[in-house]
Write a protein that binds this ligand. Structure first.
Ligand code: NDP
Ligand code: GDR
Length: 332
């Protein structure tokens, strides 16, 4: 039985990866930081199958202890401050959690168990300003946010530890990937949640930022398979993971609202609050290397992904309405 340690296991990707590894017979350890209220929503269904370790990515001592107790064959380092828009008002916290913490995790592996295979969650945000399209492993980085800058550090320190200490360390340069478990502030989920609420009469407008930004959106369930595949090769390497299709935020709105027979133009209001100080205009990935070396391909299309997210949000919002209705009847 193989053993894996996942940081960020309560997040979107961590929950799908934990499911995948459990289905492959892994013993899965999940690092979780202390929170004042429970944050198990994404892993509720597999909570009992995960060995929980308390720790924080910014605290090296806790990571050393985590690696010592889990003795993992593989570490997946997914934890980060992952919301780009929050990285301008919180540049230092983002730097600590998303950049320097990668060195903490690498150090814990190097000190305690250097034969552990290591995955770093790098991002297409590192490409930032358009230098070349489609973007591939050799495309130069030009990050456009404190988050993007922090991820560039995380990427290069991973490469550096591989070259300096001969660690099996891989950096997965993943383009945007979404699911019904996506945080509510990210644009796809913000839109699918709003579509469900508008359709059910609970919301009447949707305030948005830049509708012309273009993103290469895939399904998180497909992308965690690529993370696992990177750690099963003979040699460690870095890979772009993407769909090879790009769509604007405006197209996202069209696809989402028309799925429930509504017109987005009747509801969307542009609010400067959601426009970023610097934007990444166009992301479009070329994942030929992953196709060739890992045999990986995305399975879920953009439209199917958005429809899946709306179906789940409709189900959840209806359940909330039923609960609130029952509650108000009980209180009468
Ligand atoms: P989420 O925001 O859903 O999850 C982030 C996770 O990190 C949460 O479990 C969070 O815990 C945890 N975390 C944050 N700070 C700390 C800390 N100091 N110590 C311990 N845990 C911490 O992100 P995703 O699942 O979407 O993304 C996973 C990783 O992949 C991130 O590094 C992200 O930057 C990167 N990435 C994501 C892409 C995407 O499109 N989703 C694309 C490319 C890269 P808590 O529940 O307590 O908040
Ligand atoms: P991104 O994702 O910044 O690409 O980072 P997000 O969904 O937040 O934004 C995508 C694009 O949509 C535009 N946009 C809006 N975004 C949000 N959140 N809210 C709005 O109202 C809105 N209006 C327009 C944004 O300007 C942007 O262009 C995600 C994260 O998961 C990162 O952690 C990851 O590294 C990258 O994807 C790849």
């Amino acid at each position: 039985m193989k053993t894996a340690l996942i940081t960020g296991v309560t997040g979107q990707d961590g929950s799908y990866l934990a499911e995948l590894l459990l289905s492959k017979g892994y013993k899965v350890y999940g690092l979780r930081r202390r929170t004042s209220t429970p944050n198990y929503e994404n892993v509720r269904h597999i909570h009992d199958q995960i060995e929980w370790i308390s720790g924080d990515l910014t605290d090296l001592a806790s990571l050393i202890e985590a690696v010592r107790s889990a003795e993992p064959d593989e570490v997946y380092n997914l934890a980060a401050q992952s919301y780009v828009a929050a990285s301008w008002p919180q540049p230092l916290a983002t730097g600590h959690m998303t950049a320097l913490s990668v060195t903490n995790m690498l150090e814990a592996v190097r000190i305690v168990k250097p034969n552990t295979r290591f995955y770093q969650a790098s991002s297409s945000e590192m490409f930032g300003k358009v230098v070349e399209t489609p973007q591939k492993e050799t495309t130069p980085f030009y990050p456009r946010s404190p988050y993007g800058v922090a991820k560039v550090y995380g990427h290069w320190i991973t490469v550096n530890y591989r070259e300096s200490f001969n660690l099996y360390a891989c950096s997965g340069i993943l383009f945007n990937h979404e699911s019904p478990r996506r945080g509510l502030e990210f644009v796809t989920r913000k839109v699918t949640d709003a579509v469900a609420r508008i359709k059910l009469g609970l919301q009447h407008e949707l305030r948005m930022g830049n509708l012309e930004a273009l993103r290469d959106w895939g399904f998180a369930g497909d992308y965690v398979k690529a993370m696992w595949l990177m750690l099963q090769q003979n040699e460690p390497d870095d890979y772009v993971i993407s769909t090879g299709e790009t769509h604007s935020v405006r197209e996202l709105l069209e696809v989402a609202f028309s799925y429930v027979d509504l017109n987005y133009e009747d509801y969307v209001v542009i609010d400067p609050k959601f426009v970023r100080p610097a934007e990444v205009d166009l992301l479009l990935g070329d994942c030929a290397k992953a196709k060739q070396n890992l045999g990986w391909e995305p399975e879920i299309s953009f439209e199917k992904l958005i429809h899946m997210m709306i179906d789940e949000d409709l189900k959840r919002v209806r359940a909330e309405m039923k609960y609130n209705d029952a509650l108000s009847k009980a209180l009468i």
